[in-house]
Ligand binder design. Structure first.
Ligand code: ATP
Ligand code: MG
Length: 602
């Protein structure tokens, strides 16, 4: 009998120890423990009592013979318990009462036992992590009972196992909460990283927009919207200072549901502390009552970053969040970067607008100038024709009256008069051609031109001058240059003007060269001269109307600066192009003229 009892006892201990190793569910282990102990002891109630920090306690698990014996969930507050038993239990002492009524227990303990109808009582402490955690208790309610040493031994052994289970469960709980904590941390970090990535994207997007666009409203509206969306904030707005920074106006705004304040103007003097910091280019963050939300009496966190560049502060970027949500350092840094981009966008857009105004003004002035030019050329034309006619008539009359008798001085004065008339007429005609270049198109007559016959006629009027100025003239035309189809008078006017310039600007002793050569789809003509260069910075401008390079006129012939402008227009009228190459002491004007060509048979 003793042998089988011992065997059963060993089995129970082994089964519970195994369960503890296999399971982390403390509640299940405890329930099974009390059930098996009650079965073994054949008693009315077995329970586990867990201490609270103040040494009161709760019955957390029980096994009862009759439902009427249940005491589950009871909270026991025995004022005498702590002083009498705790120290003993902590040392692992067992409390054995075979007959409650016959023993001399303290009244408060007797009350507790009486309330639970306990006749015999066996209590074993449960120690977990070297702390007194609770008690494993067997109650006999029908009659007193003499507890056997083996029974006491079993409870002692089981209480050790329960202690291990409790410790194990507590450790598991700690690991679990540590896990939850770590998971939360990882989630927070991931969210932060995602935010960072989104922010980086926003900065890139804004930077690209600023680079590609000059549309200030579009850029700044996008900025407020994207910041609002990415930071998930209630409101984002951009306010701009006026030119003397006395007022600030909300120019762009993103808001979810708050009343919007776009267009609202505030006086800088109303918030001296705030603006003095912002105007010193410093961001700030604070919690403040929001005037717009007065009825709701809500507070909010505000972040304000000034929008500035090296020329000063232009405005501020405001962000609003619920008061308990602060802006983190990395967010502030990123918002500041965006504010920088906003400053670039605003500055760029304003410069562009200014330049547009200037461009329009210049275009208007140009139109006025053209109008003036047209009127003046017309007005000059009639008197010039009369003067020319008068000079020719005068010449005829004088010839008739005086014949061979007129003096040499007379003849020279007449020559000067004639050539001045011719020059003046030429100038008026050139001006009219420039003003009415489109009309000139109508007068173009295409014909086959043979340069070998034609060029000497163009050069002839310049020969004497070239000799007098001690310049050399080289004509470089291949013997069988093809005939080409073009307008003779336009080609003549163009080459004459280039030759005229070459004579005017070539120092004595230097060379003027006229060249012609066939191209794949036309002909190339060039007039070049040595001894003078046109600086790179002037090379585009020499083709502008009325432009002359200052101090660049070695013979002091003067001029009006329309020669090259006219040449360019005429070449373009024929569908050609003119370019200037000037380097290493040589200046060349090269005309490429696409045109029909014909093999020269002569
Ligand atoms: P205009 O031709 O109206 O009498 P201009 O000769 O000064 O006056 P353009 O023919 O338009 O005006 O020439 C513009 C400027 O270009 C000249 O003032 C001169 O400084 C420069 N230039 C033109 N041709 C040459 C050249 N062959 N060599 C050096 N400089 C030249
Ligand atoms: Mg000229």
């Amino acid at each position: 009998m003793t042998f089988s009892l011992n065997k059963e006892k060993e089995n129970i201990v082994a089964a519970i120890a195994l369960r503890i190793r296999q399971s982390l569910e403390l509640e299940i282990i405890l329930n099974q423990t009390v059930a098996e102990v009650r079965q073994f002891l054949q008693t009315d109630r077995v329970l586990i009592y867990r201490f609270e920090p103040d040494w009161s306690g709760v019955i957390v698990v029980e096994s009862v013979k009759k439902p009427a014996h249940t005491v589950f969930g009871f909270k026991i507050e025995d004022p005498c318990f702590a002083s009498r038993h705790i120290e003993r239990y902590k040392q692992g002492k067992v409390h054995i009462l075979d007959n409650v009524e016959a023993s001399n227990v303290s009244p408060c303990y007797a009350d507790v036992l009486g309330a639970f109808e306990v006749k015999a009582n066996l209590v074993v402490p449960i120690i977990a992590s070297e702390e007194l955690w609770g008690l494993l208790i067997a109650h006999h309610c029908d009659s007193p009972r003499q507890w056997q040493a083996s029974e006491i031994q079993l409870l002692k052994q089981l209480s050790i196992q329960v202690g291990i289970a409790v410790q194990q469960a507590e450790l598991y709980e700690q690991v679990q909460s540590l896990n939850t904590y770590l998971e939360q941390k990882i989630k927070q970090r991931t969210a932060k990283l995602q935010n960072l990535v989104q922010f980086e994207t926003l900065i890139r997007k804004v930077t690209e927009k600023v680079r590609d666009s000059l549309d200030e409203p579009q850029i700044l509206q996008t900025v407020t919207q994207e910041i609002g969306r990415i930071l998930n904030i209630e409101r984002c707005k951009i306010e701009l200072y006026d030119s003397d920074r006395t007022t600030a106006t909300v120019a762009y705004e993103y808001t979810i549901e708050l009343p919007d304040c776009q267009g609202r103007v505030r006086q800088v003097t109303d918030f001296p502390e705030l603006d003095s910091q912002l105007l010193q280019k410093q961001s700030l963050q604070f919690v403040e009552k929001v005037p717009e939300l007065k009825p709701l009496k809500t507070q909010a966190t505000r972040l304000i970053c000034p929008i500035f560049d090296d020329q000063g502060v232009l405005g501020n970027l405001w962000l609003l969040r619920p008061k308990e949500e602060f802006f983190e350092t990395f967010e502030i840094m990123l918002v500041e970067q965006i504010a920088n981009q906003c400053a670039i966008a605003i500055r760029q857009a304003r410069l562009y607008q200014q330049s547009q105004v200037q461009v329009q003004e210049l275009a208007r002035l140009n139109l006025l100038k053209d109008d003036f030019l047209r009127t003046i050329s017309h007005e000059l034309r009639t008197p010039m024709s009369s003067i020319q006619l008068a000079s020719e008539t005068l010449e005829v009359l004088l010839e008739k009256e005086m014949g061979e008798n007129k003096s040499a001085t007379f003849t020279r004065v007449l020559d000067i008069f004639r050539s001045a008339c011719h020059r003046q007429n030429q100038l008026v005609n050139d001006l009219l051609t420039l003003c009415y270049i489109d009309a000139k198109k109508e007068t173009i007559t295409m014909q086959w031109l043979d340069l070998s016959v034609w060029l000497p006629q163009i050069i002839e009027p310049f020969e004497e001058r070239i000799n007098t100025q001690e310049q050399q003239l080289v004509v470089n035309v291949p013997p069988r240059l093809p005939l080409f189809k073009s307008d003779a008078s336009t080609i003549k006017r163009t080459l004459s003007e280039l030759l005229n310039n070459a004579c005017k600007y070539t120092p004595s002793g230097e060379t003027i060269t006229i060249e012609a050569q066939p191209m794949q789809d036309g002909i190339q003509l060039s007039v070049s001269n040595t001894g003078i260069e046109i600086p790179l910075s002037e090379q585009q401008r020499v083709f502008d109307k009325f432009y002359r390079i200052p101090h660049h006129d070695p013979w002091q012939f003067g001029g009006t600066g329309i020669g090259l402008a006219l040449v360019k227009k005429l070449v373009e009228l024929l569908g050609g192009k003119i370019r200037l190459e000037s380097q290493k002491g040589k200046t060349a004007f090269i005309i490429s003229l696409p045109c029909e060509t014909l093999k020269n048979e002569l």
